[in-house]
Design a protein around this ligand. Structure first.
Ligand code: NDP
Ligand code: MG
Length: 396
């Protein structure tokens, strides 16, 4: 019997982090929790440390780290608590960690996720923003290391499952014509377009099929999530943006499809529960129980498909433009979106202004190559500054 794999969960207090811990806890013979990281939900992190007794925990600030360390020691738990980005990178790259779940939301996850790749880990990638920002550098770091990257995003996990093992030879070489990226359409799929300017954060976060963190919920409502996923798919599978077609599929039962030259279309189906892709990536190429109930197709009855509406969802169009422009354009798009989504969640802007801000930032910044991490981080900082300028110009 082999020793259990040691798992670092970056973003353990979030939706993906908790689903990961749920799957890991079902297989104590296969996995042990090595490190857990949190940011603002410190009480939740403390509770998770009491349950999973990791070797390390990471929080944002040194004071909070000291406090958590004391509390855990008082409860007889010998977790070492680190702080800041340095701590995140340390537990991501630690020689004793085997598997790293990258589930921090947004650009904050970039360096820790890259550290895990550079250290040759089995990296389970949920943090799509990291790949969107730095795709070329990220994939080069992967080729330069012994790391294995497994997609967690349900669509990309589905595509991975529908591709042959040697897909890295190139999609055309393995007979792939197109990737069909499915999208639920989110909570506003049928909302009259003229009402979209008055929707609230609560409505945007009430996703019909998936329970997720607030940022990705808003992204799903604006369909920026599908735009980020389009860019993510291009990097993961070496696809041209024109090879990736978005298909609205409101039931979220088919998680994506691969269309082959011979007319075969392979799909991966399942209940919309992130524990399926998480279990797949943890155990790949084996299969383990995820706790997800079997798919009941007779109960579902119908699967529907429709084309996305560019007017209703301008973010999807902006993301496609950024994908085609290349260089730092996706990093600009991502950073502007992060600022705009925060402003929407804080009720400073309207839902429809998310796209307005992103378009403004993309129009104002000259872009350029993404040849180094510095290029990417500088573009990220410029886009955030431009988005904040838009906010103050409009009195928000
Ligand atoms: P959540 O908001 O639920 O969780 C985010 C996690 O990141 C939390 O642990 C949070 O800590 C931590 N975090 C936030 N900001 C920082 C920071 N500045 N530094 C360090 N840690 C930070 O998000 P989700 O779990 O929903 O999503 C995580 C990632 O997975 C995203 O990139 C998302 O796009 C992707 N994803 C999620 C899916 C889902 O179903 N939820 C599906 C597909 C992809 P704390 O809570 O303590 O503040
Ligand atoms: Mg997804």
């Amino acid at each position: 019997m082999e020793a259990p794999l040691q798992v670092t969960v970056l973003g353990a207090t979030g939706s993906i982090g908790l689903s990961t811990l749920d799957v890991v806890a079902r297989h104590p013979d296969r996995y042990r929790v090595f490190a857990l990281t949190g940011h603002s939900r410190l009480e939740e992190l403390r509770a998770l440390c009491l349950i999973h007794r990791p070797r390390y925990a990471v929080v944002a600030e040194p004071e909070a780290a000291g406090l958590l360390q004391e509390q855990l020691a008082g409860a007889g738990v010998e977790t070492r608590v680190l702080a800041g980005e340095g701590g995140l990178c340390e537990v991501a790259a630690h020689p004793d960690a085997d598997v790293v779940m990258a589930a921090i939301v947004g650009a904050a996850g970039l360096r820790p996720t890259l550290s895990a790749v550079q250290a040759g880990k089995r990296v389970l990638l949920a943090n799509k923003e990291a790949l969107v920002m730095s795709g070329a550098l990220f994939m080069q770091a992967l080729r330069d290391s012994s790391a294995t990257l497994l997609p967690i995003d349900s669509e990309h996990n589905a595509i991975f499952q529908c591709l042959p093992a040697d897909y890295a030879r190139g999609l055309a070489s393995v007979g792939v014509r197109r990737i069909l990226l499915t999208a639920s359409g989110g909570p506003f799929r049928q909302t009259p377009t003229e009402q979209l300017h008055q929707v609230t954060p609560e409505q945007a976060c009430a996703h019909p099929n998936w329970s997720m963190g607030r940022k990705i919920s808003v992204d799903s409502a604006s369909m920026m999530n599908k735009g980020l996923e389009l860019i993510e798919a291009c990097w993961l599978f070496d696809a041209h943006p024109d090879q990736v077609e978005v298909v609205i599929h409101p039931q979220s039962v088919i998680h994506s499809m691969v269309d082959y030259q011979d007319g075969s279309v392979l799909a991966q189906l399942g209940n919309p529960d992130m524990r399926t892709p998480i279990a797949h990536a943890l155990a790949w190429p084996a299969r383990i129980d995820s706790g997800v109930s079997p798919l009941d197709l007779l109960h579902i009855g119908q699967l529907q498909f429709q084309a996305p509406d560019d007017e209703r969802f301008p973010c999807l169009r902006l993301a496609r433009q950024a994908a085609l422009a290349g260089g730092v354009a996706p990093a600009l798009l991502n950073a502007a979106n992060e600022v705009a989504v925060d402003a929407f969640l804080d009720r400073h802007i309207r839902f429809t202004e998310i796209a307005t801000i992103i378009a403004d930032v993309l129009g104002a910044d000259p872009g350029g190559p993404a040849a180094s991490l510095e290029d990417v981080l500088a573009a990220d900082a410029r886009a955030r500054a431009l988005a904040r300028t838009w906010l103050s110009r409009h009195g928000r």
